[in-house]
Design a binder for this molecule. Structure first.
Ligand SMILES: Cc1cc2nc3c(=O)[nH]c(=O)nc-3n(C[C@H](O)[C@H](O)[C@H](O)COP(=O)(O)OP(=O)(O)OC[C@H]3O[C@@H](n4cnc5c(N)ncnc54)[C@H](O)[C@@H]3O)c2cc1C
Ligand code: SF4
Ligand code: SF4
Ligand code: SF4
Length: 405
């Protein structure tokens, strides 16, 4: 039964909870802030539906015609404002726009009202799309969303679902078959962080700024897509911004792997064929123009004929250029590799009960105020030297050209 599944294998996709006819499955939250299923034996009728739906217990991938070698594209949205406000090149927005225009449905991750958690929601308006857009880099609660999607599909509605690979697998596991109206998008995913870690960070910021949160923008582009940062706006009009070198959240995630869900260390959704119709992410590793550095570029791995159809119906919203899978894979290790947990994670969860979030992060990562100042100075000097070097070369070229004339 699913509650006997090893804790490190359960992804928390909640497909089992949605399928149980007796509502016998609940998801208590552990000391790290992650939910895991338990079965109420008094309610359970041993129908085994939960086991059949569970993608972690299945040895094969759901059969949706996914190709071993996807078609690969570099993509960005034509609208610069939409692109700036999305995480990568706004490929998701472009795919979802055609659904919303037709009043078809989109299902994706939105922040909770207090911005200290996230869950999946279904909608069919521009307002829903604006809530669903942008990455929230911690686990989203999918309870109930699979049931809602099934009802819509049974009424022959079209639904675009976007989530992590394990959530897409959870949806297919719950449905048990593909529906003509269902389209799936999976994020390239280096792992989901603990919702408890995120809420601890937000609590600390609320205390510091003396106000509730109005808006959160992780991987914010105000200093460029290639120089991401964290932006939080507060109801009292104040705001907080830290670039990736100075933000504890980015450091604990990208540098430290401090509080990623344990199942992500042996994620099943890294290989080919992929689980969803389209896989989306950042197209790292290319040579970018100034505008691309500022606004972001997406990668699309189109895995199925339905994926081809999605790309074709959204083509008016985006600039698309065919590239190779090798190029996409080279710059983006999370496409195929898993991350290693930080050995200090237990210490982190023990300490944040009594100490400020950011203090614990910096402490466990061994980063002090002084080391931050030194590394910033080193980076600034490097950038300055680079600028001087290019200016010198440019001047020399101009002089040579004048001499030739
Ligand atoms: C936890 C996480 C890890 C990621 N790791 C990588 C990586 O290593 N490399 C890479 O190239 N890309 C990664 N991505 C994807 C990347 O950040 C962008 O989300 C993606 O490129 C889409 O960007 P966009 O501009 O097209 O659209 P956006 O508008 O930014 O994307 C929004 C879509 O993402 C979904 N989404 C947002 N947050 C979550 C969440 N917490 N759980 C499930 N779905 C969510 C929404 O449902 C929505 O459909 C990750 C995303 C997440 C959430
Ligand atoms: S076996 Fe059936 S009733 Fe029991 S928990 Fe699983 S789905 Fe629910
Ligand atoms: S269906 Fe999802 S949440 Fe339930 S046991 Fe399996 S992996 Fe865990
Ligand atoms: S790394 Fe794999 S298991 Fe972890 S959230 Fe992403 S898709 Fe799911």
């Amino acid at each position: 039964m699913i509650d006997k599944l090893h804790k490190d294998s359960c992804t928390g996709c909640k497909a089992c909870g949605d399928i149980c006819p007796k509502e016998a499955i609940s998801f208590p939250i552990d000391a790290e802030g992650f939910w895991h299923p338990i079965i109420d034996e008094d309610k359970c009728i041993k129908c085994n539906l939960c086991e059949k739906a569970c993608p972690a217990l299945s040895t094969s991938m759901f059969e949706n015609g996914s190709r071993k070698v996807p078609s690969t594209y570099k993509v960005y949205h034509k609208d610069k404002n939409v692109r700036y406000n999305s995480t990568s090149g706004a490929l998701y927005y472009a795919l979802a726009e055609s659904f919303v225009e037709n009043r078809d449905y989109i299902a994706g991750c939105v922040y909770d009202d207090d911005y200290k958690g996230a869950h999946h929601e279904v909608g069919n308006t521009v307002e829903s799309l604006q809530k669903i857009m942008r990455s929230k880099y911690f686990q989203s609660d999918t309870a109930g969303v699979y049931k809602t999607i099934k009802k819509l599909l049974q009424k022959s509605e079209r639904v675009l679902f976007c989530g992590t690979g394990c959530q897409v697998a959870g949806l297919y596991g719950f449905l048990g078959k593909d529906y003509p109206g269902l389209y799936t998008v999976e994020l390239i995913c280096r792992g989901v962080n603990s919702p408890l870690a995120f809420s601890s960070y937000m609590d600390e910021l609320e205390k510091k700024f003396g106000s509730e949160i109005q808006e959160v923008h992780l991987k914010n582009k105000s200093h460029g897509w290639t120089n991401l940062g964290t932006l939080v706006k507060f109801k009292n009009g104040e705001s907080y911004y830290k670039d990736r070198y100075h933000d504890p959240w980015v450091n604990a995630y990208i540098v430290g792997n401090l509080y990623i869900r344990p199942c992500c260390e042996h994620c099943k959704y890294k290989s080919f064929p992929r689980v969803a119709d389209i896989t989306i992410g950042d197209f790292w590793g290319l040579k970018f123009s100034k505008e691309e550095q500022k606004l972001g570029v997406s990668v699309a791995l189109v895995n199925t004929p339905k994926g081809d159809e999605l790309m074709s119906t959204s083509k008016n919203f985006m600039e698309v250029e065919e590239r190779s899978l090798d190029e996409a894979a080279k710059g983006n290790p999370a496409l195929q590799s898993t991350v290693k947990m930080n050995p200090d994670r237990n210490e982190f969860f023990k300490r944040i009960k009594n100490e400020p979030y950011s203090k614990v992060v910096w402490n466990l990562l061994g980063i002090t105020k002084m080391s931050l100042v030194i590394s910033t100075a080193k980076r600034n000097t490097k950038t300055l030297l680079k600028k001087c070097y290019y200016r010198l070369i440019k001047r020399r070229l101009v002089r040579q050209r004048m001499e030739l004339k």
